[in-house]
Design a binder for this molecule. Sequence first.
Ligand code: UGA
Length: 443
Amino acid sequence: MTEGGAPIGVVGTGYVGLVTAVCFAHLGHHVVCMDVDAAKVESLRRGAVPIYEPGLDKLIEDNAVRLSFTTSYDELLAACHTLYIAVDTPPTLAGDADLSRVLNATHQIAQRGGRRLLVMKSTVPVGTGERIVADLEAAGLKGEVTYVSNPEFLREGAAIQDFLEPDRIVIGSSTVEDGDAVEELYRGIDTMVVRTNVPTAEMIKYASNAFLATKISFINEIANVCEQVGADVRTVAHGMGLDHRIGPHFLQAGIGYGGSCFPKDVQALKQLAGNSGYHFQLLTAVLEVNHLQKRRMVGKLKRHLGQLRDKHVALLGLTFKPNTDDLREASSIVLAARLLGEGATVSAYDPVIAPGDHALFPGVTLCADAMEALRGADAVVLVTEWAEFARLDWPAARELMRRPFVLDGRNFLDPETLAAAGFEYDGVGTGDLGLARAPVANG
Ligand code: UGA
């Protein structure tokens, strides 16, 4: 409970808002969740969770007595003093973060007056907090509404664990009391708390995501060089990661990062720097490497199969990573479109994507299981490392395919198992497997 035993309010029931709300409920707080989407609120009231996040439905069920859902700002504000903002900030056409939903929420809150503690969970550009405070003061709410930045570091698919067992909690505030009030909400979680001012907290979020994306693009470039010189990036990453200054995480080479965060946040930080007169060269390269990495898979397929016209390529996995149903900025979208552009036939299977037509994959045959997708294929590309693909009956798959060739876009499958099943295998930077070292073009 917060001030006066009032519940915490959370505006936005996307994956960040919902996970935040449910985890605070799990910590013992009453939480009122508000969303403008009436259908979503209705389904949450019935206990139906609109997103795929392991463990979330169970946690909602367990904490149902402390959770309520509404579409009404009046209802939310009548109940809550502390208000988390967790609406999305998609990129604008200019590449900046679109703050319209955030500003609409703060406007709705300001219009209704009253003493409030606004806490920002949404990822917003550095300077947003100061801008919101200035707007609130201009609206005559000086001293009434105070503001804290409390960014999220939740990975989709592991969001509950990331909330309840975080590496750190970051709290940016302009007064000690406001920061204390937010820190108190996390009582029960044993971790480092970084207390700072609002712009610094905002920057910690962007810098963290941009650094992780940089690590991925870096190891992807190392993988590409490994292919030229016959080295194996998996062992290179292992050898690098044992140095504690580097660490083993986010050194998994592959077909590029996707999702709702890295692509947008790297772009937004680059844009933020540019808008303030600084050209962030490194991030420009990180974005370009990621863009080309997806296309490289097409070049590799051509190297193995020759021209792709009239070839059949099967994709295993479509989501931007396993254990989520999120397709935002998934590498599969670009890959499928490029393959179709080359004249290939494309089939696909993903455990959480229903068969039939899909707006993001026009022209792709979405199948009900992996074997159906592989039938008659000249190559299979592993795009998303869902656990079930490691357990696939590869000898049976070989019988179904026209040509037994696997391109492992995540270095996830065991090359020896595949070789034993009669497959030709190639990965990303996994060393020269007897092929001539011709450079691989970005398809
Ligand atoms: C990311 C961050 O990891 C979270 O800390 C952050 O809170 C979140 O963004 C956000 O800003 O909301 P998320 O996008 O859910 O989380 O996914 P990650 O697990 O970080 O993976 C992102 C992408 O990088 C995926 O496409 C994944 O396949 C790729 N990746 C990750 C690699 O290609 N190699 C790696 O070694 C690690």
